[in-house]
Design a protein around this ligand. Structure first.
Ligand code: BGC
Length: 752
């Protein structure tokens, strides 16, 4: 992996990466001498037998691409490596990125493929924790077989801005949805007796200037939004580790922020595992250690090896208490013990993987997450009457797009299209990469007897002619996004809007399939009768798209993120700091000898929307989005009837859900709630995905998450349900108010 983010490493380093240095065989972990029982007690007993040097060695990790010679163990090119202590049974740890599959960013492990799930937003769009869990379990199994035992795999940062380059990795804009699905994903990974990491703690909400930005927000709002997503994910998934973020939060770096790391995470939430830094996110020794950072990751990427010798000195001179160093190590071991990683050594050599079975997991996730945004005149599923179909653009003849950065998987089947970046913050470790799953081929297979042609869309007039000549056109729109860079605006790049507009003008039966990182503007929406949001659909994306278009699979995804109608609707129209960054980059490029003088300085972003993220912002500002959060069509229809609301100590609703159409399908009834009279938007308090046969009715019970009903009270401190009358809506999306009811709740409080 060639990073990094502001540290831009040169191409020469890349050359050294191809062949991993095999220095020695990894020692077999001895059977643990630690007493059985409570994980922390067991960790304490091991740490009690350690020398100071042994403790220090466990709290800073190597960055394999830059760590040659620093270990006698085999150094697999990946994100991180921490030697074990064989005499005490402490296992060697190998870390890999793995949000969407075991990552292999710029193919630093030549030929090492893995199964690529669709993007996080696609999984979130399933509104199904089981889909998230299965994806995590699949990734964990592959990681273990490849000898990784700590995965950097659980991004739950809330989407505050639709232009964030990393939205595709995360789980959308709602804390309950992101928390529940993030937790399920983590639990799935850890079912393989390895660790998953929840990240990036916290408020790493934009990529522009991510290493310097100061994210500002008040505590109440933070607790009720981004932190709540983490809190729920941690409760549900019990991750062995938490990764602190690059940015500052309210003036203090996230990785040396005592409020976040010690007060919130460890004290209020009782978190027992360890806090690892993001790669290149550490700025100090004593301050960071005393604030609650337990481990410096990828140490070569920081300005200093803060948690190596300097930490030892800080402990010796009393700046960092011995008890704190012990706690750092105890937490590391607790995370390993609780997840089972401690007692389940990695295989000595890579093991075989059931890639075929795993591809099914990826396909199921893609099919559950694709969202049918619009379907006028039931243009979809593709009617048998379409005898000549033209597929246009998006490299749909060879594959499907994926997102860039540390989560990049080199998928089974390889990369039919791979474009390096000439410049930009991501250029050292990201390439525009397609997975080898061709929607064109899948459509041809699914539609025997239909002539399915392909034009790549580069010749504008010829493309429009081809659309006109066919019975129906399917145009693939792409927007590549990546870690380390935000998209400059929400328009599709490369004049795709003009092309789609012209195609739809020439061919009234036009379907747009969107392979985008997140929401884009759709200036042509009135002209295009059917729009399918396919996200980055993963290594079986082509098959999944074909199944949705042909109706073999009934679409069931729901938007986990609002699609704005115009750039001016979201709280911030463009990435904050982008202009400054562009100008600094240009100046640095023009003055290579003094490039260091043009560094990005810290700058604030005030999250004035507070906890009213996403759909809540739209309701608060009375804005009508293009497509609301929770929206998604089906080839059948669903009705909600006879709601019964129960109040008292908990709020729950039972409602009859009926499939009123002619096809089996899945629906996601959503429960939104707000205190009567409060001038606040409604919040998603519960949801459930259910499958119904045609005509089938089921009663569903939706029980509100109490912390969504409550407000955070900093004076208490804790969650407070004010009590009184609460209004609920049982809806198909965040704006659906056709079925509402009122109930009375008792006042109550909950711990932070
Ligand atoms: C990213 C993390 C990732 C780490 C290791 C960082 O740049 O922000 O998400 O886990 O690198 O690759």
């Amino acid at each position: 992996m060639l990073k990094f983010h502001g540290l831009l490493l040169g191409g020469s380093l890349l050359a050294g990466l191809a062949a991993p240095a095999v220095l020695a065989r990894e020692p077999q972990a001895a059977s643990s001498p630690a007493p059985a029982g409570d994980a922390r007690a067991r960790a304490e007993a091991v740490v009690a037998r350690m020398t100071t040097d042994e403790k220090i060695a466990l709290v800073h990790g190597l960055f394999p691409p830059m760590a040659n010679g620093k270990t006698k163990n085999e150094l697999i090119p990946s994100a991180g490596h921490i030697d074990g202590i064989p005499r005490l049974g402490v296992p060697l740890v190998r870390e890999s990125d793995a949000s969407l599959g075991v990552a292999n960013q710029v193919e630093q492990r030549k030929g090492d493929v893995a199964t690529a799930l669709p993007s996080g937003l696609a999984t979130a769009a399933s509104f199904d924790p089981e889909i998230a869990r299965a994806g995590g379990a699949m990734i964990g199994a592959e990681a273990r077989a490849k000898r990784f035992n700590v995965l950097l795999a659980g991004g739950v940062n809330l989407t505050r801005d639709p232009w964030n380059g990393r939205n595709f990795e995360y789980l959308g804009e709602d804390p309950l949805l992101a928390g529940l699905l993030g937790g399920a994903h983590i639990a799935g990974v850890q079912s393989n007796r390895i660790v998953s990491t929840v990240k990036h703690f916290a408020l790493n909400a934009q990529e522009t200037g991510r290493m310097v930005v100061d994210a500002r927000i008040d505590e109440k709002a933070l607790r009720m939004s981004d932190l709540l997503a983490f809190q729920i994910a941690i409760e549900k998934g019990r991750p062995g580790s938490v990764m602190c973020a690059y940015n500052k939060v309210n003036g203090d770096w996230a990785c040396e922020n005592p409020r976040l790391l010690t007060d919130v995470l460890k004290r209020d939430w009782g978190y027992r595992g360890w806090v690892m830094s993001d790669w290149g996110a550490v700025h100090s020794t004593a301050k960071a250690a005393n604030a609650g950072l337990d481990q410096q990751s990828g140490q070569e990427l920081d300005k200093a090896l803060f948690f190596a010798k300097p930490l030892k000195q800080a402990v010796e001179n009393g700046e960092v208490p011995v008890a704190r160093l012990d706690d750092m190590v105890i937490r590391y071991l607790t995370g390993l013990i609780e997840t089972g990683a401690y007692d389940a050594p990695m295989p000595a050599t890579a093991e075989a993987i059931s890639y075929d079975q795993h591809a099914e997991v990826a396909q199921r996730a893609a099919e559950a997450g694709i969202v049918l945004l619009k379907n006028e005149r039931n243009l979809l599923p593709l009617a048998a009457s379409a005898k000549r179909i033209v597929v246009i653009g998006g490299n749909a003849d060879v594959g499907v797009l994926s997102g860039g950065g540390s989560s990049q998987v080199r998928s089974v089947g390889g990369a039919p299209v791979e474009v390096p970046l000439a410049y930009g913050a991501a250029s050292s470790f990201a390439r525009i990469t397609y997975h080898a799953s061709s929607p064109l081929e899948a459509l041809r297979k699914a539609l025997p007897g239909v002539q399915v042609d392909y034009v790549d869309g580069r010749n504008f007039n010829a493309t429009v002619e081809a659309a006109k000549a066919a019975d129906l056109a399917i145009v693939f729109a792409t927007q590549w996004t990546t870690e380390a860079q935000d998209v400059p605006d929400l328009r599709l790049p490369d004049h795709q809007d003009a092309l789609i507009d012209a195609i739809a003008t020439a061919q009234p039966k036009t379907v747009a399939v969107m392979e985008t990182g997140g929401p884009v503007l759709m200036p042509w929406i009135e002209k295009v009768p059917a729009v399918v949001q396919a996200w980055y659909p993963g290594q079986r994306g082509g098959e999944a798209i074909a199944n949705i278009l042909t109706g073999k699979v009934n679409p069931s995804g729901r938007l986990p993120i609002t699609f704005p109608a115009s750039a001016g609707q979201p709280p911030r129209p463009n990435p904050v700091g982008l202009e400054t960054m562009n100008s600094l980059e240009a100046q640095a490029a023009a003055n290579p000898a003094n490039a260091g003088n043009f560094q990005f300085q810290s700058f604030p972003v005030d999250y004035t929307e507070g906890a009213d993220v996403g759909y809540r912002w739209y309701e608060k500002k009375a804005l009508k989005p293009l497509f609301p959060f929770g929206h998604g069509l089906s080839y059948t229809s669903f009705a909600y009837r006879k709601p019964k609301v129960t109040g008292g100590r908990t709020l729950s609703v039972t409602v009859e859900v009926t499939n009123t159409g002619k096809r089996a399908g899945a629906d996601v009834p959503q429960l939104y709630v707000v205190r009567e009279g409060a001038k606040e938007p409604m919040r998603l308090a519960a949801f459930q995905r259910i499958e119904l046969k045609p005509g089938e009715t089921r009663r569903v019970t939706l029980t509100a998450e109490p912390r969504i009903v409550a407000d955070y009270d900093t004076a208490l401190p804790g969650w407070r349900i004010a009590g009184g009358r609460y209004r609920v809506a049982i809806g198909h999306d965040a704006t659906d108010r056709k079925l509402t009811a009122v109930t009375t709740l008792a006042a109550s409080t909950m711990k932070p």
